[in-house]
Ligand binder design. Sequence first.
Ligand code: ZN
Length: 155
Amino acid sequence: MQIQSLYQEIILDHYRNPHHKGLRDPYDAEVHHVNPTCGDEVTLRVSLKDADGGPVVTDVSYDALGCSISQASASIMADLVIGKPVSEAMAISQEFLELMQSKGTAEPDEDVLEDAVAFAGVSKYPARIKCALLGWMAWKDATSQALDEEAGLPS
Ligand code: ZN
């Protein structure tokens, strides 16, 4: 099987059977992000907990509308960040952002990005990059809001 069709298969799989989809309680922050160029929308909630090494992502729940790329990307993002320390999840998010900005030239690291390597080809199509990044940007935004809120609370 060619790598491009394998990647397409991964994206379609997540689109048809999205992981962690649906909005859940409790949560620390909720955001709504829109990609006007394609019409994709995502509402995303993040739940964090304090651990010895810093905050950990306990849950990411979301409701997404739009194209297969935006929805599959949200599903894969949730798989990648749930259960991880926020610092590690932020590093994965940065790696994905760099892949999306590579214009198809980056060799994606499958150990870090897992199923998200399937979007490598998307980086060649500027119009679709925002679709692939929507869920990740929403997650980053919700997480920084949750962290700000925590920092503002009296201990
Ligand atoms: Zn889209």
